[in-house]
Write a protein that binds this ligand. Structure first.
Ligand code: FES
Ligand code: FES
Length: 157
């Protein structure tokens, strides 16, 4: 066992992990942050998406001990108290809300897109969402939602 020190959603944690513990397990089992889902467990679906030091990662592919000193944001950390994040508002407004399985990853991917790019094109948005699979619906509403999230961000400034 080894201790990993990391910051999740603005809080510092020291957690005992073994060499095979994944970041996904640490979040769900040790910290009780069950908004991060396990789908494929192989880096294909994006259900386990979190933001690590500003980049989206599949937490099923990251070993917990590799997260020493990292800052992680999960779906539980995007909302500001009672105030929804622009990505959450936009998905609701545009009717792009997905199932509980894929929506956390979609919202985090959207946050990562709009944090870095103030004017993402459709192609950039599709690229940014490409790690997050939904086999149920098309992606058009989600692309609209990301554009709307950009607008909400600007309106708030
Ligand atoms: S569970 Fe991690 S990418 Fe599918
Ligand atoms: S996988 Fe969630 S709505 Fe398709």
């Amino acid at each position: 066992m080894t201790t990993v020190n990391l910051n999740v959603n603005g809080k510092d944690y020291s957690v005992e992990v073994d060499g095979s513990t994944r970041l996904l397990d640490l979040l769900r089992d040790s910290l009780g942050l069950t908004g991060t889902k396990e789908g494929c467990g192989e880096g294909e679906c994006g259900a386990c998406t979190v933001i690590m030091d500003g980049e989206i990662v599949d937490s099923c592919l990251v070993l917990a001990f590799q997260c020493e000193g990292k800052e992680i944001i999960t779906i539980e950390g995007v909302q500001n108290g009672d105030i929804l994040h622009p990505a959450q508002k936009a998905f609701i407004e545009k009717g792009a809300v997905q199932c509980g399985f894929c929506i956390p990853g979609m919202v985090l991917a959207t946050k990562a897109i709009i944090d870095k790019n103030e004017e993402p094109t459709d192609d950039e948005i599709r690229e940014g969402l490409s790690g997050n699979l939904c086999r149920c619906t098309g992606y058009n509403k989600m692309v609209e939602a990301v554009h709307r999230a950009v607008e909400i961000n600007k309106e708030a400034k």
